[in-house]
Each structure stands twice: as structure tokens, then as C-alpha cells.
Design a protein around this ligand. Structure first.
Ligand code: HEC
Length: 203
């Protein structure tokens, strides 16, 4: 029943998975999709993977070295992708916008919108039902292709996103709530879905 609800939401938002040809499509959608061959879509997916992987690696290494050298309070600024120059240069090289969104966001700018919620929900269901989830490429109503990929909680994430006062030290918790008064991004456990990467192609 939940799956049906999700599908209905997808259709009503005029969004569809490129790979799913059974969904009703408008003439305009059919035209733009017909121009996208499988190999072109794979190409975009591959680009999305490269940008995501590099951004994740840059972010993780900045985070880990900051934690190691000056501790968690100093490292708090490094979970912001805008704090990592590499993300900008990659975004320019590939002509994409890079962002991360979450249902339980820390920074207000990373709040999932109604469309993001649909895909996050699908990823969450896959994770629960099949113990794994995957990346996807979708076409938004304005015709832009967007690559989406799940972000899963790993051990180093817990000290800032885990259970308060168990994984997150009180002093760090206080700092987080000073910096982000509306923080919702705690209470996570290993392997849970934290959010997703969004790589939006500008052309
Ligand atoms: C040192 C503390 C710290 C660690 C460790 C950390 N984060 Fe974060 N995380 C933050 C902060 C601070 C933000 C808000 C960044 C901003 O202002 O954009 C954030 C934001 C995020 C966001 C964007 C959505 C949101 O809630 O605003 C995601 C996704 C995320 N973190 C995932 C992870 C994952 C996955 C890991 C482990 C690989 C991790 N974080 C480790 C502190 C941390």
C-alpha cells in the first residue's frame, strides 16, 4: 500500500524514473526521454558517481584529519560540503550543482523538499526490505537530470550524528545546538540512511 502511495506521489509531481517505462508520460516527457539513450543515461550516472565519490572522499578526509588534529569541535565545520574547495572545482568541471539533503537535517539549507522525500522514502524502503539501496538518475519536470545516491551512517559519523551523550559527547552536543539551533540530525545508528547526495546536471 505504501509503495502505491509513493508511486502516486511520483506521478502527481510529474517526475518519473527514467528506467520505468510503464508510468504514464506526457508527450513532452516522451520527447525529451526519447532523446536520452541508455548509454547517455549510463554516462550521466557514471559522472554522478565520480562527483559523489570524490566529494565524499574529500569531505571524509577533511573531517577525519580535523578530528585527529584538533578534535570534534574544530571538525564541526568540515561536514559542510561548501567548506571543501574540491566540491566547487568538481562542480565546475562537470557543470553540476552538488548538494546533500536529509529528512532530519542539521543545516536548514539541506532540508529535503517534497520531491526529495519521495526518493528518500524509496531508498529507506529498499534498505529495510532488501538490506541495501542504490543510486538512481531521474528527470525532473523542468527537464534537468539529477543523480541521487544514498548516504549511510558509518562509524566516524556517530560522534556528531549518533545518540546524544552515548555517541555524541555533551560538550559537542552543546556546540552543535549553539551552531544549529534547529538540529534534527542526531539519534542515528550504524547503517541507517542519513540522507542523499544530489548531483544536478546543468546541461
Ligand atoms: C565533526 C562532526 C561531524 C561528523 C564526524 C560528521 N558530521 Fe555530518 N554534519 C555535521 C555538521 C556540522 C553538519 C552541518 C553542515 C552544514 O552546515 O552544511 C553536517 C551535515 C551533514 C549532512 C547534510 C544534511 C544536514 O543534516 O544538514 C549529511 C548528509 C551528513 N552530515 C552526513 C554525515 C556522514 C555520513 C558522516 C560520516 C561519514 C558525517 N556526517 C560525519 C557534523 C559532522
Amino acid at each position: 500500500m505504501k509503495t502505491i502511495t509513493v508511486q502516486l506521489i511520483i506521478i502527481s509531481l510529474v517526475v518519473f524514473f527514467i528506467s520505468c517505462n510503464q508510468n504514464p508520460q506526457s508527450k513532452q516527457q516522451q520527447d525529451s526521454v526519447s532523446q536520452l539513450t541508455d548509454s547517455l543515461l549510463q554516462d550521466y550516472k557514471q559522472k554522478g558517481r565520480v562527483v559523489t565519490k570524490s566529494s565524499f572522499q574529500a569531505l571524509s578526509s577533511a573531517l577525519l584529519s580535523a578530528i585527529e588534529s584538533e578534535g570534534v569541535p574544530h571538525a564541526l565545520q568540515f561536514c559542510n560540503i561548501k567548506a571543501i574547495p574540491l566540491t566547487d572545482s568538481l562542480a565546475n568541471a562537470y557543470q553540476v550543482d552538488v548538494s546533500r539533503v536529509s529528512i532530519k537535517n542539521r543545516n536548514d539549507v539541506n532540508k529535503a523538499d517534497s520531491l526529495d522525500l519521495v526518493f528518500l522514502e524509496l531508498m529507506q524502503q529498499n534498505l529495510i526490505l532488501h538490506k541495501k539501496t542504490s543510486d538512481t538518475i531521474v528527470m525532473i519536470a523542468d527537464g534537468a537530470l539529477t543523480y541521487m545516491s544514498p548516504i549511510i551512517i558509518a562509524p566516524p559519523c556517530l560522534q556528531c550524528h549518533g545518540i546524544p551523550e552515548v555517541d555524541i559527547k555533551l560538550e559537542n552536543l552543546q556546540l552543535i545546538s549553539t551552531l544549529y539551533p534547529n538540529d534534527k540530525a542526531t539519534g542515528y545508528q550504524l547503517g541507517e540512511l542519513r540522507g542523499m547526495w544530489k548531483i544536478r546536471f546543468k546541461n
